[in-house]
Design a protein. Structure first.
Length: 277
């Protein structure tokens, strides 16, 4: 098999990898659950390439993400559920239906009108989905209720933000940022109590409450918590790398250095361009 720009050849490649007799042993034993973490990881790598403005990496990472879609579709096809073609048809049907103003089925022309139309179409799709699930005997629906439109599969920080934004639409929200800071202090106090009590489950619960409150303050000051944390992660990388290279210059390994040495270099790192607050 040779590389090709034809999507059909990629589908053939996936089928070959999953062939029960001649395929790859690792690919053959995979399931939706075992592949799921890789799908999420590839989506993050696409986002990372975009943030770094690395078009070469973006091309590769989009390919990896596409391969994940093909992988899931192949397993679904083997189970007699749906094929890759069904996936393509489903998303095309959805996009054409949601953009009637583009495909000559509607005359709306303003962003506000498009938004109203979009919401109406999604509501109709939700009703149809409920009917399909009922026909398949699926009664439990995590998408039910006012918060049901918030995807559970998102990163926890993003899910928390979306839940708060959704609840705010019906007035369940703080009116200003200051009370949220009081709530954060309250959650910190409760976390301290849980730590003192030596109750692991309570600690986890209180830590979650604290993080949720921090997401809320970020939302109120219009600082997306996911992006804010990504920025801090990048800052931490730069500063820790400064520690590492500085120690290497003195022929000292990270393992040999003590905390005081590393802390002193951390403070130095704050003064260099990549380490500034």
């Amino acid at each position: 098999m040779e590389p090709s720009k034809d999507i059909a050849r990629l589908l053939d490649l996936m089928a070959a990898l999953r062939h029960p007799e001649t395929g790859c042993p690792w690919d053959i034993e995979q399931s939706f659950e075992t592949i799921k973490p890789y799908t999420i990881e590839e989506a993050y790598e696409v986002a990372d390439a975009i943030e770094r403005n690395d078009m070469d990496d973006l091309k590769d990472e989009l390919g990896d993400l596409l391969f994940q879609v093909v992988f899931h579709a192949q397993m679904a096809s083997e189970a007699g559920e749906f094929s890759f073609g069904d996936v393509v048809e489903a998303v095309m049907t959805k996009m054409i239906r949601r953009h009637p103003h583009v495909f000559a089925r509607s005359d709306v022309s303003t962003p506000d009108a498009v938004k109203v139309q979009w919401d109406e179409i999604k509501a109709a799709e939700k009703r149809e989905r409920t009917e399909r699930r009922a026909r398949r005997g699926i009664t439990e629906d995590f998408k039910a209720g006012f918060l049901g439109s918030v995807q559970r599969s998102q990163p926890a920080l993003t899910e928390a933000l979306k839940l708060q934004e959704r609840a705010a639409k019906v007035g369940f929200d703080w009116s200003e940022a200051e009370p949220i800071l009081d709530k954060i202090e309250e959650e910190i106090a409760e976390l301290r109590e849980a730590l003192k009590a030596g109750a692991p489950e309570k600690v986890k619960d209180e830590l979650g409450d604290l993080i949720f409150a921090l997401v809320n303050i970020g939302r109120h000051v219009k600082a997306d918590p996911e992006q804010a944390l990504r920025g801090t992660n990048t800052k931490f990388r730069h500063r820790f790398r400064y520690i590492e290279t500085s120690l290497q210059a003195d022929n000292v390994s990270l393992e040999e250095a003590d905390l005081d040495q590393m802390e002193a270099l951390w403070q130095e790192a704050k003064t260099v361009p990549h380490g500034r607050e």
